[in-house]
Write a protein that binds this ligand. Structure first.
Ligand SMILES: [Zn+2]
Length: 136
């Protein structure tokens, strides 16, 4: 999958590519919008585009270099995912990595990362998933 496979957001995609082309990528970006609008996918593919060793002339990650392969398998060393998790009897101080297998399965099957679907995926149905302070 590439930027072109993410529907709409053409202006945002252009701005992201321009940042890279101009060598002016800020240390942090906030993508804001309605749930399920593709923000998460944009963030993922922007990270891949930044790390890609051979981006295409039309502004897409190549999809075949080692960095692209690492992104496609959620294993790029410079890309960290932090997401809300829940406490359980076994996990008194959970962090995102405690749920990495579930998270990889979830974003593979639900690439638009609907938070409500993620929240309902936990066995403990009445718990509110959050990012705990000790995650940092
Ligand atoms: Zn690449």
């Amino acid at each position: 999958m590439n930027f072109k496979d993410i529907p709409a957001h053409e202006n945002v995609k252009r701005q992201l590519r321009d940042m890279v082309a101009d060598g002016r990528v800020p240390h942090a970006l906030l993508l804001h919008g309605p749930a399920g609008s593709g923000k998460f996918m944009l963030a993922r593919f922007f990270a891949q585009y930044l790390h890609c060793e051979h981006p295409t002339s039309d502004g897409e990650p190549c999809g075949t270099c080692p960095a692209c392969i690492q992104h496609q398998t959620f294993n790029h060393v410079d890309t960290l995912f932090v997401y809300p998790v829940v406490k359980t009897e076994k996990l008194k101080e959970p962090v995102s990595d405690d749920y990495i297998e579930e998270f990889r399965d979830f974003i593979t099957s639900s690439p638009y990362m609907d938070f409500d679907k993620w929240a309902s995926s936990f066995e403990k149905k009445n718990a509110q998933p959050i990012i705990y302070v000790y995650e940092s």
